[in-house]
Design a protein. Structure first.
Length: 702
């Protein structure tokens, strides 16, 4: 603490109802001292010093802020200043009063506009200043800007708009007059591109050809002038990923002309890059280390084709993992090799074509307590996707592809199961995303909708035949300038046609020589096509794939799978069914999914922020339309806290989720009782005996 000075413990805004208190606090010079992890003052962060003069100026700032939001009769006063042992608590009392509201919007000078253009212009103006809403200075400025854009979108390149707002404080009403001077309608003229000529500075600019740029701009000479087209062309050039900045400037220096030339100024970035890095995974399933090497060329073979290669070799330390701190007995190599070739301007100017082959090798690890005698199965995975994608209106992303996936099993340890065979999967994939978030990495307001539709087999190729659909919705509601309430809801439906009977009706039956082959085939297919929940981006109180129907997987655990008793485990053995549960119970995937998450995110100080969350959801072994497909009594509720530290690549996130025991499967006091009643509920791992999970990642959970 600074000698002779007092420090601010808290700043409390009282009486703020129409305006969020945190928005008011954001305008103050008097701030509360930050707390490390929201607990400790004076550790890591400096104290905030109390200044009486600054507090007096803050009162004027509060009143001015209210006035800008339409509350012209608002007053602010320092209600109380509590001081004890050089620690100060400040309370600012606000008397808001009644707001001044929007009454009318008048458009003057628009007599020459067509009915269509007049309607579009008035709609843009009224959307920013809705009738009856408090008059807001920022929205009044937005009203002026939106009106001008509406005229420009109608072809009036030289349009001018002057706004005057008349505020009647006594009657608490505001009238806005927009005086427009449309000018004459215009057409796009010649397009000049600057910044591509070699000048000896920076990257080799001459390598960027001009023809693909003009194709991406997609503006033809003589076309009706439109601000929206300029904005869309700017984004299309940035999406080529070869420019650090793009500016399109219309030449509006000749108001008498109906032709507007364009100057496109670009700042090229490097066309090639190399990525080197590494990472690790340490969770309830496995421990692994990996390296990362990547290379990308944004002008591969000319034409601004983008070609990238990513290679990730790794090593799995088996069976070391969280809550099983033992020396590894085996080291399993794994790798991911991915290629991607993107062709801009495919078919039409804004559509991109792509080819994405992959070659992966990995062990299939789904058990949370594997035995050293268990079989470890690996897969040689070959994937390829060919398709097109396009972004519409900067908000809607659509991708359509044809995907091929070949899973070829091989033994990492203890031999190959004789019933395992090659698994080919062929399907078209339609992915759609509608994004109205204010920020991709740190969303504070808006919503996000997505859906993934796949149709496998049948006329599209051999292998499993099914329909798989997975819609998702996310919302972000600002509770204050530094507080966000985020929600995520998702469902998933898998409709198998030529598999799934074992999971649907025979999951808890004993394994026999007669049903083993069908069981192996069914489970292997669902492992790659079914739904799972749990992990850092879904239910954070569970390990990856933890929320899922559980059962015996014969090709992973042959020792217990040969027992001719219920569920393949021997309850009369010395190490009975309950003790053996983690060996016997393996997540295998299901057909119907629902997830619902809620999270409150708040900024602590600078790059440090925190969160509290509750996640729930279930994956059912039954197909939609059957009994118990949507099991709303299987809540799998977990709540917890998290911390985030912002970095240039996104926030580094640590979440700790605790599984609330009576709210796992309703009707049972804890998950052990639910497992004993129905083994398909699974037996979840713990950390030091506590039913929780730890998730570490980059980026928000959703």
């Amino acid at each position: 603490m600074p000698p002779g000075r007092s420090v601010v413990d808290s700043v409390d805004i009282r009486g703020a109802k129409a305006v969020d208190p945190s928005d008011v606090s954001g305008k103050l010079a008097t701030e509360e001292s930050p707390k490390f992890l929201s607990l400790f003052q004076g550790f890591i962060y400096d104290y905030e010093v109390f200044d009486t003069a600054a507090l007096q100026r803050d009162l004027a700032r509060v009143e001015r802020y209210y006035h800008s939001r339409g509350y012209y009769s608002a007053h602010a006063r320092a209600g109380r200043v509590f001081e004890k042992d050089r620690h100060v608590r400040v309370q600012i009392v606000v008397e808001e009063g009644l707001p001044t509201v929007n009454r009318t919007i008048t458009l003057e000078g628009a007599e020459g506009l067509s009915a269509v253009d007049l309607t579009a212009t008035l709609s843009a103006a009224r959307a920013a200043l809705p009738k009856g809403a408090p008059f807001d200075e920022d929205k009044a400025k937005q009203c002026e800007d939106d009106t001008k854009k509406a005229l420009e979108n109608a072809g009036y390149a030289y349009a001018k708009v002057v706004r005057e707002s008349f505020v009647d404080i006594v009657n608490r009403q505001a009238d806005t007059v927009l005086t427009v001077t449309p000018g004459r309608k215009a057409r796009f003229g010649r397009i000049a591109i600057q910044g591509l000529d070699p000048d000896g500075n920076g990257p080799r600019k001459q390598e960027i050809p001009e023809a693909p740029l003009r194709r991406a701009i997609d503006i033809r000479e003589g076309e009706t002038y439109s601000y929206a087209k300029l904005d869309s062309a700017t984004q299309a050039l940035l999406d080529l990923e070869v420019f650090a900045a793009v500016t399109i400037t219309p030449d509006l220096s000749h108001p008498g002309s109906d032709v507007v030339p364009l100057t496109v100024h670009v700042e090229p970035s490097r066309l090639r890059e190399v990525r080197l890095g590494g990472g690790f995974e340490f969770d309830e399933i496995k421990t692994e280390l990996h390296l990362l090497a990547g290379w990308e060329n944004h002008n591969f073979l000319g034409g601004l084709r983008d070609f990238s290669v990513d290679f990730t070799p790794g090593l799995v330390f088996f069976p070391t993992r969280i809550d099983n701190w033992i020396a590894p007995t085996d080291y399993f190599p794994e790798e991911k090799l991915r290629f991607e070739l993107k062709q801009p301007g495919f078919i039409e100017a804004r559509t991109e074509g792509f080819i994405r082959p992959e070659f992966n090798v990995f062990p299939l690890l789904v058990q949370t307590d594997p035995s050293p005698t268990d079989r470890v199965v690996g897969y040689l995975e070959t994937k390829a996707a060919v398709g097109v994608d396009r972004t519409f209106w900067k908000r809607l992303y659509v991708a359509l592809s044809y995907d091929v996936q070949i899973e070829d099993p091989f033994p990492y340890k203890n031999g190959r199961d004789p019933d395992l065979s090659l698994l080919p999967i062929f399907y078209p994939d339609l992915l759609m995303r509608l994004d109205f978030r204010d920020d991709h990495d740190h969303p504070h307001a808006g919503f996000y909708l997505a859906n993934d539709l796949q149709i496998a087999g049948g006329i599209f190729g051999p292998g499993p035949e099914d329909i798989r659909v997975e819609p998702e919705a996310r919302t972000y509601i600002p509770l204050g300038r530094k507080v966000t309430f985020a929600t995520r809801a998702a469902v998933g439906f898998l409709f198998p046609q030529n598999y799934g009977n074992v999971i649907d009706t025979q999951l808890n039956q004993a394994i026999t020589a007669d049903n083993r082959r069908e069981r192996v085939s069914d489970i292997e297919t669902v492992l790659f096509r079914g739904f799972f929940s749990g992990g850092s981006t879904s239910n954070r109180g569970f390990p990856i794939r933890g929320v899922s129907p559980h059962g015996i997987v014969p090709f992973l655990n042959p020792a217990t799978a040969t027992q001719q008793v219920n569920f393949g485990c021997n309850p009369t053995a010395a190490n009975n069914f309950k003790v053996d549960a983690q060996e016997c119970s393996v997540p295998i995937g299901g057909f119907t999914l629902w997830e619902f998450s809620n999270e409150v995110r708040f900024t602590i100080k600078g790059p440090l922020s925190g969160a509290t969350f509750c996640d729930m959801g279930d994956v059912s072994p039954h197909i939609l339309g059957q009994a118990q497909a949507f099991r709303l009594d299987h809540l799998h509720l977990s709540c917890g806290v998290g911390a985030r530290y912002d970095t240039p690549v996104g926030p580094i996130r640590l979440d700790i989720g605790y599984r609330i025991q009576p709210l796992q499967v309703l009707g049972y006091p804890n998950e052990t009782a639910a497992f004993n009643a129905d083994a398909s509920n699974g037996y979840q791992p713990t950390i030091l005996g506590v039913p929780l999970a730890i998730a570490l990642g980059i980026g928000e959970a959703y």
